[in-house]
Design a protein around this ligand. Sequence first.
Ligand code: NDP
Ligand code: 2IT
Length: 451
Amino acid sequence: MALSDHVNLETFMEGVRKRNPGQTEFIQAVQEVAQDIYDFISDKVEYHEAQILRRITEPDRIVSFRVCWEDDNHNIRVQRGWRVHNNNAIGPYKGGIRFHPSVTESVLKFLAFEQTFKNSLTGLPMGGAKGGANFNPRGKSDSEVMRFCQSFMTELYRHIGPDTDVPAGDIGVGGREIGYMFGQYKRITNRWEGVLTGKALEYGGSQMRPEATGYGAVYFLRNMLEHRGEDIEGKSAVISGSGNVATHAAEKITQLGGKVITLSDSDGFVHDPDGIGQEKIDWVKHLKTVKRGRISEYVDEFKSATYHEGKRPWGVETDLALPCATQNELNEDEAKKLVENGCAAVSEGANMPTTLEGVKVFHEAKILYGPGKAANAGGVAVSGLEMSQNSERITWDEERLGDMLTNLMRGIHEKCTRYGDTGDGYVDYVKGANIAGFKKVADAMLAFGVV
Ligand code: NDP
Ligand code: 2IT
């Protein structure tokens, strides 16, 4: 087949839109990848003939199921759960579980798609998946969360396994939820095996896993800055979110001599010009994981700060920005504001936090921009190392895992620069990540023939 017989990008995207009606997040994620891949494969006929891009954008399977549970007032509640198996060409399916009222099939499909490229970039043998439910953990008691997690796992356990699919945490799923789900899996199957990552240290968890995503996003930021002969020391940083990724990103920025000035949640953000140092970060971690409170409470405790209800932090003047909350939380206008205010680098702890239009602004301004699939890959990378430790029935120490994380992030940065160099010294990290992530998966798929 001649190259001219293959559909062009616009026709390809038209097909994606037609096959996935209303799935805006999924279409957005595909659009961002397809642009770069089309350029890369323009002279590589084998990828066209094997329809690799078409196949990668069609999940291997999606399981959707009912999750019934009883609340503390004995009302029966019904949620919808999913697991999206996007691609297992290079390893068992791997990716987090999200519990949030905004979870839809489209959101999980976009996350599983992104995860496929991210996991490939780590260099570890992991395929791409994502799961979750439209369950809102906010305001729920521990027993309610436990009953929900048990009910969720009572269906999910059929679709996962240490060599099949290994879920982990994401928004709304942290140590507590992983504990409840692991306990239920073990109870149903009578098997102790590394079926989930993000476990506590007492039952097979890995050192550095809680820190890995946030620390990794800061290492990626440091790698980007170093590539330009700069560093983090003395720079201000605006961070969104106040969960696992945001608090650990804040911690690492602080350790490297930067000054974090904002954190947020879905209700608003706090601005602390004095800096959110380690003591304050510890207070926020306790607020979020033990008290399960709101970030607005920060200003009652720390008088130097102001709270901005219903607002996002991107208007605050800063050198560095780290979106660490959720998808599409940074739009075109906010990107312009950051650039206008002199922001030099953006590193994404969250998945697809910047809209396509926002990304364009960063690229046009030629500021450093590390997309989530590269910058936040440290979390899943250490999950991969947790899997290795579980298989070997061994535990590695913190120092070794810390070094491995630093090296993994450096390796991802190198891959991005290899494929993302635009020729004039500027690195398009989106392009670099997309191509490097795609190539490994695509070559594996070619080897399998038509499956
Ligand atoms: P957490 O549940 O620990 O924290 C999520 C944070 O984001 C909270 O502050 C939450 O605020 C805020 N948030 C959630 N939804 C929204 C929303 N719709 N609008 C505004 N703020 C929101 O999750 P994580 O820290 O684990 O995850 C944060 C991001 O990082 C996600 O995009 C996730 O996919 C990504 N990620 C996580 C990894 C991990 O290892 N945990 C790995 C790689 C990426 P509120 O309390 O109000 O909901
Ligand atoms: O988005 C992600 O990479 C995660 N939520 C972590 C996935 C994992 O399997 O550790």
